[in-house]
Write a protein that binds this ligand. Structure first.
Ligand code: GRG
Length: 303
């Protein structure tokens, strides 16, 4: 779609110059960060961030670009760390060997640390402005992104996931997750960052609270749809669309949407997420526009 391609091009351009310059930043860690950051992800989260700024009628969509890019840095860090031998132990990501395979585990950990901290540096410094309204929006976004990425968000979800599949070092059995637990784990691990991508864009774009709340709820539905579709792709073994090794979730014995409800019902559930998102947005006066096409893009990955 034209809108998605145009936003992706803007994001790629901004990401290409986002890392700190040499020689202040040692080349070895810069190269490691670039390897994963510029490996051609879908850029779903930053595109959603920009579309959310547009959905609230932002006078300048570029106000949301720093938050969009910072969230992609955080997402990339999470993928690098998730792929490490101590976590998911994966060797392919974004169609390339994972960073620890090419640069070693130590450098992969540091590249992840560097991307995460650089994200907050970027959020605090951009867009440069002395306008108190813009400064207030930035502060609100920093707080929200930190919550979404940290222990009550993505880190917490990853910890639940890790504890559920890994025996405790002192011999206790792993955390047992029922359907509810799995839902909570996913909403933190992958949902929180998708959700904050949208709400940060809406805030930086100058959205009023009822618009931001609707966009946040709609993105919650997108996050759930994303997870359902990811589970479908995992059982169907569609490695090209996943960009990672398929079949791992099913093999780990963790409940997935297709294992709980079957593939057809899972597809229907993903579409229902979209319907609920559309209703929520329209109740806030957001009836058309690119934000919903991003939801459709998420769901259509499963076909
Ligand atoms: C290490 C703190 C920490 C967290 C890791 C997001 C995450 C938490 C792990 C990723 C594990 C995984 C592969 C989950 C499936 C869903 C997912 C996030 C897929 C990758 O996101 P995409 O499809 O990837 O947006 P691209 O490469 O397109 O950006």
């Amino acid at each position: 779609m034209e809108y998605i391609d145009a936003r992706r091009a803007e994001i790629e351009q901004a990401l290409a110059v986002i890392l700190p310059p040499l020689p202040q930043c040692p080349q070895v860690v810069r190269d490691a960060m670039s390897y994963s950051l510029l490996a051609g992800g879908k850029r779903l989260r930053p595109i959603l961030c920009l579309a959310s700024a547009d959905a609230v009628g932002a006078r300048d969509r570029a106000l949301a670009l720093p938050a969009a890019c910072a969230i992609e840095l955080i997402h990339t860090y999470s993928l690098i760390h998730d792929d490490l031998p101590a976590m998911d132990n994966d060797t392919m990501r974004r169609g390339r060997p994972t960073l620890h395979v090419v640069a070693g585990e130590g450098m992969a950990i540091l590249a992840g640390d560097g991307l995460l901290t650089q994200a907050f540096h970027h959020l605090a410094s951009e867009p440069r402005s002395s306008d108190p309204a813009i400064i207030a929006r930035k502060l609100q976004v920093i707080e929200m992104v930190a919550a979404a990425a940290g222990p009550i968000g993505m880190v917490g979800g990853q910890a639940m996931d890790l504890a559920s599949v890994t025996p405790h070092p002192q011999g206790r059995t792993g955390l047992a997750l029922d359907e509810n637990g799995v839902r909570t784990m996913h909403s933190k691990k992958t949902g929180a960052l998708i959700r904050v991508s949208a709400s940060a864009g809406a805030i930086m774009g100058g959205g009023v609270p009822h618009q931001v709340a609707a966009i946040d709820d709609a993105a919650g539905e997108f996050g759930l749809a994303f997870q359902i579709v990811d589970d479908i792709l995992d059982v169907e073994g569609v490695s090209a669309s996943l960009g990672k090794t398929p079949g791992k979730d099913a093999a780990s014995g963790k409940p997935t949407y297709p294992s709980m409800y079957g593939v057809d019902a899972s597809r229907r559930m993903a579409r229902e997420c979209l319907d609920r998102a559309a209703i929520r947005l329209s109740a806030a006066g957001i009836t058309d526009g690119p934000i919903l096409s991003i939801g459709r893009w998420i769901v259509e990955r499963s076909h």
